[in-house]
Write a protein that binds this ligand. Structure first.
Ligand code: DAH
Length: 339
């Protein structure tokens, strides 16, 4: 009898499972109300007195062995369940990650930066809060120059020397003051003008300025650079330069690209001409070079400036400039597929 119980002890010790049901079968077999131990305890009274002690000891050992076993396996299974709870069902299909999208202004800016980086331009930046010198005077716009009126400047408090830059041309000045030719740089950034907000204009917008200074730079260099840009950016290979005026360039021109007249939208955006104005440009006025500490007898160069919103509106057919600043996710989400 005692040997039989010892066998059961061995069996209980060896038992192992990772299955709850199998554990329950084990528990019922040893510890259940009709289980082995119940029978053995009932048997106790029939055991001869001289064996009672040993018999008691082995069935107690069997009882604690079975109980400890059940407890140990239960704990192991529970901790498995808890970790399953943290990681979930590992065979479930993954949940899609909601990723954001780049702002269309950033997309266009990055594209412009890429196009010019490919031909050796670096990127430079300057402050949005500027002084009179960098925004106006150094750019050949002295005090009382009539062209200053066109810029609708925001001045900071009562000090007319501190203002929000009205164009990124201020970065040209800073870059020339701090670097020696040859210079090839583009300067994207935010600019500010005190204009009535409408579907076509805003008091905050973005520009990219370009500057190229070296020896013997020609107007043809400017033209070819801009042609390369319009081909890359818009896939259009016809441009025209109309004579214009900017205080900081001489001669100056406005650049139009031939957009075409294939669709109704083409008619609308080009006002029936097929041509679209996209930027201002010119040969840097020698006065500007002198103001920035560059020898105007030795060096010359060209500059250009364009509005990023205008280009983004063209490329993505956005009809209202205010959409760029409203942060409406229904608008922004549409740019997800672009990088
Ligand atoms: N700064 C001009 C503006 O805000 C744009 C511009 C025109 C920049 C001609 C230039 C340039 O560098 O050469 O309208």
């Amino acid at each position: 009898m005692i040997d039989k119980i010892k066998e059961h002890i061995g069996e209980a010790q060896a038992f192992t499972t990772d299955n709850k049901d199998a554990l329950e079968v084990f528990r019922i077999k040893f510890l259940g109300s009709k289980g082995l131990l119940k029978d053995l305890f009932a048997e106790f009274k029939n055991v001869p007195n001289d064996q009672k002690k040993e018999f008691g000891q082995v069935i107690n050992l069997l009882k604690t062995t079975a109980e400890d076993k059940v407890k140990a396996i239960q704990d192991a299974l529970e901790s498995k369940e808890v970790s399953g709870g943290i990681y979930g069902d590992l065979t479930r299909p993954g949940e899609p990650l909601v990723i954001g999208s780049r702002h269309p202004i950033s997309l266009v800016k990055n594209q412009i930066v890429d196009i010019f980086s490919n031909i050796g331009f670096n990127v430079s930046e300057g402050p949005e809060i500027e002084d009179d010198w960098h925004n106006f005077t150094a750019l050949n716009l002295p005090e009382y120059h009539p062209a200053r009126d066109m810029q609708d400047t925001f001045f900071i408090q009562t000090n007319p020397d501190v203002l929000l830059r009205t164009h990124t041309s201020s970065v040209q000045v800073r870059y020339m003051e701090g670097n020696k030719p040859p210079i090839r740089t583009i300067s994207p950034g935010r600019v500010f003008r005190n204009e009535a907000v409408s579907s076509r204009s805003h008091c905050i917008f973005h520009q990219v300025e370009g500057l190229y200074i070296d020896q013997n730079v020609s107007f043809a260099d400017l033209k070819q650079t801009l042609l390369y840009f319009t081909k890359e950016m818009f896939g259009k290979s016809k441009i025209r330069l109309r004579p214009s005026y900017f205080p900081f360039t001489e001669p100056s021109a406005e650049v139009d690209i031939y957009w075409g007249l294939k669709t109704e939208t083409d008619y609308r955006i080009t006002k029936g001409t097929g041509w679209l104005e996209i930027m201002g440009c010119g040969m840097v006025d020698p006065n500007v070079l002198k103001n920035c500490g560059i020898d105007a007898d030795k060096y010359n160069g060209f500059a250009f400036g364009m509005g990023i919103e205008r280009i983004a509106m063209l490329l993505y057919q956005i009809g209202d400039i205010r959409m760029f600043y409203e942060n409406d996710v229904r608008f922004l989400e549409q740019f997800k597929s672009s990088i």
